[in-house]
Design a protein around this ligand. Structure first.
Ligand code: C2E
Ligand code: CA
Ligand code: CA
Length: 629
């Protein structure tokens, strides 16, 4: 128990003990002077002053921030010596005065000794190693003294004193245990017995203060179990708890004595190492340690008849005297851990500058995105969708963000951030509004598309006003004919969320004429049969499969399977990311319905899209004329 409070408490008792010794001590000089034993009394008081000075020095020396474990232990040794000596001095004065029966000083001596015992059992109660010997030093001489009187009342007093000593020891021990238990509970996690978050924060505070003096290095690991929630959800919390206990046990067995291990809550653990003299050895040890730990945690678990397999994402960070801010440091470790998660989990990532830059860049995006709409930086692009006969039958609306400072930021980089911050609602509504305007405008100039696809983020579905907002925009910008062309593209992430709520929104939108397309199909967890209960009318085969046509047989098989199955379920199919003639021909052979990709056209501005439609139309007419001739 190397807590600030524990040592801090003992430190305060030094001053109290000095006060309780030097002030009543003066009375003993006076009594000695009255009874002609002033010389020994003065010598005794002199000794008391010396010991008090020693105590005062210890009091001043105590600077927990700068003391490492070794120095703290040394200090504690001196502190114990101080208490032993100062109470021994009280026994000394007792021995001196208890023989002075003719002046009745022995009464005072006896009382002093009993008083000192009570003082010792209260002041030193937090530490058994101190109060136990000190009580013996004080009480045993008294018991012996009574016994040596040689009279019946002496024996009785001797027995009484022994009982009194027993009571003091018993009550001190009881209080000591209670304090220990309270300390323990305040610092430990009830489930695993590891340290808790509160202790961890206190520990880090002290550690960082100490490192600023020692200039040593320490590493910290943040361990988060992967998909632990699934265990809780599918097997119940009891089993989840047992797994956590087992994980804690494995970590404990694997760690060394110098490691501090804590459970920060849920399935998150942390380990802080002992001190290293240089950075490179600290980093090297951290990596090796973390990799091996990961292997240990991945060994199968056997809990109540279930064989479970777990993995973890581990973030590492090293700390030295320059990292003055603990919260900053923990945050960095957190970033590393999240990076491990983002990289597909089951891995170890050490925090580095590049990660920091990435985070800063994200923050920068977050800040600037806030004003993107206001500054008219969000633009729309339209990527043509073609039929098997290469006629433009539709388009997908894609977002572009053009920022003066950051340049063109691709949606892959900012959509997620917009979702996280909730900005996607505002941006999403803007996109819907602008695309509806475009759809209507095109209809007025004679560009009649079959379908008009807009990407919708799952976060938008969760906005309570979403359906009403869409209904309002449909009323304002479209008519009953045009709304039939609108397709909302959703991704498989909708399956992870509260599906009932999403289904409800989809059904209401379908009622006003909007249809739905499943984007990036084949990359997620959904199967065709899981789509059956949803109002989905179209599948977009993910471009990662199309990419590898002609390269990987398994991907081709995947495409043909999806296309055949979609037919059975009566779904329209769109191939996106078509880049080559060969890919197009392959898809054509397999009866895909709609084609989209760079092979035909990149996403275009509104004007370019109009020209593109015009051009394709002319090409077609020319072909027809040629055919007729
Ligand atoms: P997505 O919905 O899968 O969009 C298709 C992406 O593939 C687009 O990237 C498009 O430009 C790109 N692409 C099209 N044809 C080809 C091709 O032949 N080869 C290659 N390599 N790429 C092709 P983009 O515009 O960068 O969009 C990326 C993602 O950002 C989109 O993926 C979509 O998830 C999201 N996104 C874009 N616009 C919006 C939007 O308005 N709202 C929402 N919620 N998300 C959007
Ligand atoms: Ca899409
Ligand atoms: Ca897609």
């Amino acid at each position: 128990m190397h807590l600030k409070r524990f040592y801090g408490f003992l430190q305060k008792q030094i001053l109290l003990m000095i006060g309780l010794s030097l002030i009543p001590g003066l009375a003993y000089i006076f009594l000695g002077w009255m009874n002609n034993i002033v010389q020994p009394a003065l010598v005794w008081y002199g000794l008391m002053v010396l010991v008090s000075l020693y105590g005062w020095r210890l009091y001043r020396q105590f600077k927990i921030e700068q003391m490492d474990e070794v120095r703290l232990q040394q200090w504690y040794k001196h502190l114990s010596a101080f208490f032993y000596i100062i109470f021994s001095l009280w026994t000394l004065i007792f021995l001196l005065y208890c023989t002075e029966t003719e002046h009745n000083l022995h009464y005072i001596a006896i009382f002093t000794q009993i008083g000192a015992s009570v003082v010792a059992s209260t002041l030193l109660v937090s530490d058994k190693k101190l109060f136990l010997p000190v009580l013996l030093i004080l009480m045993v001489p008294l018991i012996v003294y009574f016994g040596l009187i040689g009279q019946w009342y002496g024996y009785v007093l001797s027995v009484f004193s022994t009982i009194f000593l027993g009571v003091l020891l018993y009550s001190s021990d009881n209080s000591y245990r209670l304090i220990q238990r309270n300390y323990y509970q305040a610092q430990h996690d009830a489930l695993t017995g590891l340290y808790n978050r509160r202790y961890f924060l206190e520990f880090m505070d002290q550690l960082i203060a100490r490192l600023s003096y020692s200039e040593h290095y320490v590493y910290m690991l943040l361990i988060d179990l992967d998909h632990f929630k699934t265990i809780n959800d599918t097997l119940g919390h009891d089993i989840g708890d047992k797994v956590l206990i087992e994980v804690a046990q494995r970590i404990r067995n694997y760690c060394e004595k110098t490691h501090m291990i804590a459970r920060l809550g849920g399935d998150e653990f942390t380990i802080v190492s002992g001190e290293f003299e240089n950075e490179s050895s600290c980093k090297k040890s951290a990596s090796i340690f973390a990799q091996k730990l990961l292997q240990t945690l991945k060994e199968p678990y056997f809990v109540e008849g279930h064989h479970l397999y777990l993995s973890a994402s581990i973030g590492i960070n090293t700390i030295c005297n320059e990292d003055a801010d603990m919260h900053h440091f923990v945050k960095e470790t957190d970033i590393a851990m999240y990076e491990a998660k983002a990289k597909g989990r089951d891995g170890v990532v050490m925090f580095n500058e590049a990660l920091m830059k990435q985070v800063e860049y994200h923050l920068e995006i977050e800040r600037r995105l806030y004003f993107a709409l206001e500054h008219h930086e969000i633009e729309l692009r339209y990527q043509p969708q073609l039929s098997a006969q290469q006629e433009v039958i539709g388009c997908e609306v894609l977002l572009r963000w053009n920022n003066a400072e950051l340049g063109v930021v691709p949606p892959s980089e900012f959509i997620q951030i917009a979702e996280k911050t909730g900005l996607i609602i505002e941006i999403g509504n803007y996109i819907i509004k602008e695309s509806f305007k475009t759809l209507r405008y095109w209809s007025t100039i004679g560009i009649e598309l079959e379908q008009f696809s807009i990407n919708i983020s799952v976060r938008q579905f969760f906005n309570n006003d979403f359906v009403e907002d869409v209904e309002r925009m449909v009323r304002t910008y479209l008519d009953s004919h045009l709304v039939q062309k609108v397709v909302f593209e959703v991704t498989e992430t909708i399956f992870i969320e509260d599906i009932d709520r999403i289904l409800d929104a989809m059904k209401r939108l379908k009622a006003i004429g909007i249809s739905f397309s499943m984007d990036d199909f084949g990359t997620g967890y959904s199967s065709l049969s899981s789509l059956r209960d949803m109002p989905i009318g179209e599948l977009k085969v993910d471009k990662s499969f199309i990419n590898r046509v002609g390269e990987r047989r398994s991907d081709e098989l995947m495409i043909t399977t999806i296309l055949t199955m979609a037919k059975i379920f009566n779904l329209k199919t769109v191939a996106e990311g078509v880049e080559t003639e060969a890919q197009f021909q392959f898809l054509l052979r397999n009866n895909c319905n709609v084609y989209q990709g760079y092979f035909f056209s990149k996403p275009l501005t509104k004007d370019s899209f109009e020209s593109y439609v015009q051009k394709m139309h002319e090409k077609k007419s020319l072909k027809n004329i040629a055919y007729e001739i």
